[in-house]
Structure formats: C-alpha cells, structure tokens
Design a protein around this ligand. Sequence first.
Ligand code: GLU
Length: 510
Amino acid sequence: MERKVRVRFAPSPTGPLHIGGVRTALYNYFFAKQHGGDMILRIEDTDQTRFVTGAEDYIIEALTWLGIKFDEGVHIGGNYGPYRQSDRKPMYKQYADQLIETGWAYYAFDKPEDLENIRKEYESQKKNFQYDCTTRSAMQNSLTLSAEEVKRRLDSGEPYVVRFKFPADTEILVNDLIRGEVRMNSNLLDDKVLFKSDGMPTYHLANIIDDHTMEVSHVIRGEEWLPSAPLHVMLYKAFGWEDTMPQFAHLPLLLKPDGNGKLSKRDGDRLGFPVFPLEFHNQRDGSISSGYREEGYYPEAVINFLALLGWHATGDQEMYTMQELIEQFSLERVSKSGAKFDYEKGKWFNHQYLQLKSNEELAEQFLPILKNKLTTNTLPSLEVVAKVIGLTKDRVNFVSELWDQVNFFFVAPEEYDEKSLKKRWKEESPKHMTEILALLEAHEDWSADGLDNLIMPWIAEKEYGVGIVMNAFRICLVGAARGPHIWNITDVLGKEETLRRVRIALDKLG
Ligand code: GLU
C-alpha cells in the first residue's frame, strides 16, 4: 500500500526564522499538498540553552502570514501530539535505554573538563579529537568500565550522556531524493550524544523518534543536515525501523548574493535587505532586524521568490501562484548546488504582484501613508487616489514608494527641481507659459483630447518646440521633469488648480 505522505517542518525556537527556513517550510508544503498529504509543525526545543522567548510565536505568525496551512502542529494540535519536544520529554528515555540494551549506545561519564583537556592535547599535536570507534576504548564509559562501576555511578547520580556506538568501518548509505546516493564511512563519524542525564534527548534522538512516531514519510530539510543523515539512517536501523524510514531530501543552501558562502542571519542588516520574514525585536540586546512583511512585501511575492531559489520547472515561467507551485513542484527539479540570493529579483517579484492588484486595493493600502502626509481636509477621495495610483504604479516596487510618485497630485510644488530647471526651463519659457495660461483660461473642454487639440495646433502654428513647451508646463505642475502623461496630470488637478500652479510658477520663475 502507498504510504500516506506526511511531512514536517521542524524549526528550533532559537530566534527569528531565517528566510532559508521559510523556503524549507514552503517546499514541504508544496510537496505535502501535491500528494494530498499532511503538513506538521513540530517545535524542536531540546537545546534549552539556545531557547529564545517569542521565537515560537514568531515562527507561527510568519508561516501564517505566508499562508502555509498546517494539518497538525504545536498551534493546532492533532493525533500525534504533543508537537513540542520539551512536552514530549518523558517519552524519550525508554528509547535511549533500548539502544543501550541492544548495544547500539553506551553511557559515557567523561567530564566536560576531561574532554576539553584531551581536545587540547590533540590540538597541540595538530590532530583533531573525535569521540569515536578509535578513541572510545580509552574513555570513561560503559564499554571500558565494569558493569558494577557503571551501576554505582548511575545510582550515585553521576552526570552522564548516552552516545551512539557507530560500528567500525561500515559504509552507510543515505538515499537522497535530490542528491542520489550519498555514502559515508562510519570511521569518519563521531559517537554523537543522544541523551543526557537531565532527561533531555539531543536533537538527533528526538528527531528520529518523533519522525517515526509521527509517521513522517519524507524529511525535506536544509543541506546543513546532510552530515547528520548517516547517523539518522543508522538510528533507524538500530531501532529496527528501517522499513518505515522516511525518504530524505536535502535542499541546497541559500548563498550570499555574490555566491561566496551561506546566507547568514547577519547578512541581512549588513547587506541592506531582510533575511527574516517578519521584523524581529530581540529582547536580549534590543536590536531590531528587518522583515519582508514590514518592508512592504506581499506574501505571494515572497513565496514566488523563494520557490524559485533552488527549484524551477521545465519552461521559463516565473510567476506562480501558490496553487501552481503545489501542482508543479517536484523534488527531482530541485538543484543540488546552492542558490544565490538575488535580492533584486525579490523586489522584481513584488513589483509584478503589485501590478496585479486593483487600483482600489492599492489605494486602501496607501491610505495610511497618505493620512500621514496630508491634513484631513486635504485628503482626496479614494477614487482619486486609485486614479493616480493607476497612473504611477508601474514605477514602484512597494506601496511605500508611491508617495514619491504621486505627491505632486496632492501638494503643489513649493520648490522647483534644480536639475530640471537647468535643462528644461528656457529663456522663452515664461513667454510660453503666459500664452498657454491665456489659452487654458478661455478653454472649456478639459478632457485630454480637448486639451491636446488646443495646445498642439497652437505649438505647431507658432513653430515652438513641443518638448520645450511641454516640459516647462510640466515643471509648473509637478515641480520637476517627471510624472505620468501631462494630460493625466491636468485631468486629476482640474482646471482651477492647473491654472493656479502655472501662475505661481510664472511668479516664482518668471
Ligand atoms: N530542528 C532542526 C532545525 O532547526 C530541524 C532539522 C530537520 O528538519 O531534521 O533546522
């Protein structure tokens, strides 16, 4: 029988979710939904020393913002709970005991300072110490101590750890859905700590037990976990769970924009773009890290952007809805090599999604900014705001950039841009503007066609330069040589305001 697809996103609450983690969550989601499977949110908080208050809520808020819907998880429950490892603490010890009984693990009593000394000694000989099949026989553990001594130490409450006992010289095969067969010799691997005497498992043990008991079918996670995969495969073997071992898929790293190394949590503020989905306020040092949501990104743009960092379909389509990604995503088409984090492309996606919004929707989003800039009695109607947004939205990537594009519609210029004046305000401009003013004053039809049919023949008849006249006119209305088509501007301003601005300009520049 085909196994039901069940995947999990299993972040550790050690800080804000890195954007790479968001991509991992997305790929899991696409995969689960495509196969009619379940998506689980599990919190891996076995390392209490790295716990950050608020991180779990942050993770849930970020994934909710992006529209990733879970079927089970720490925030919604489910049949395989609890979904937070610290809440599952009582169930892990029996598994550690089982591995000791079957000879796959052993107690180790080496004190941290002893381990530190050995490490230093090795280093002084330019060697690297590893607790493994070649060194374990010289250490303080249940393989070297007598059974009575081990019992005595355990009974007296001496701190211990349980370590995995890798068999010597064994080739371990990891079948990865993206990378194919990855082989590793056990001699290179250290006897990882699985469990500690405080009753807490480490990540490795908890992760395997949880994936097994939660009936996870596919483990889709970042490449940084590939080195741990041989241990995980061996743990499934040690428990006798090989038949239901999940299939692995290790996703390529996200690289810095220049391709040199992994995109780190610190890169965001260093390089001037967010590496977190939401803004994060660090309680410890008071620092604030920027987030995509607060930068003005649409969730669908972030999803589209991240989806293509490491995966692409066969054609050259770039814009994908969530539904299309669910339908078209495949692990086979995830690349093996790292994906450069091209932040400009992220902006491009937001630009595209902004263009797809209706002007009315954008007007609603822009209104808070407008209210900040204008006094209540100068606030234009939503209809007018929508109209000017329609004229300018192709010039912006974010709603927050709209003000710079539309401000002159609502506020008459008080100053005139130096550069524009130098280039576009000619000696004859005052004369042109005086004439245009007279023409417009006497003119009734304020439609774009009406104005065009009035002004263009006049320019032709007088043999003026169209560019010279119209640029000067634009400077009067806008304050600079920018903005949408001139008749769109006069349309929004109306006759009275247009004439007023020309008079003021003549006054100031004349
Ligand atoms: N807790 C691990 C992390 O934070 C999850 C690794 C895995 O998915 O197995 O990335």
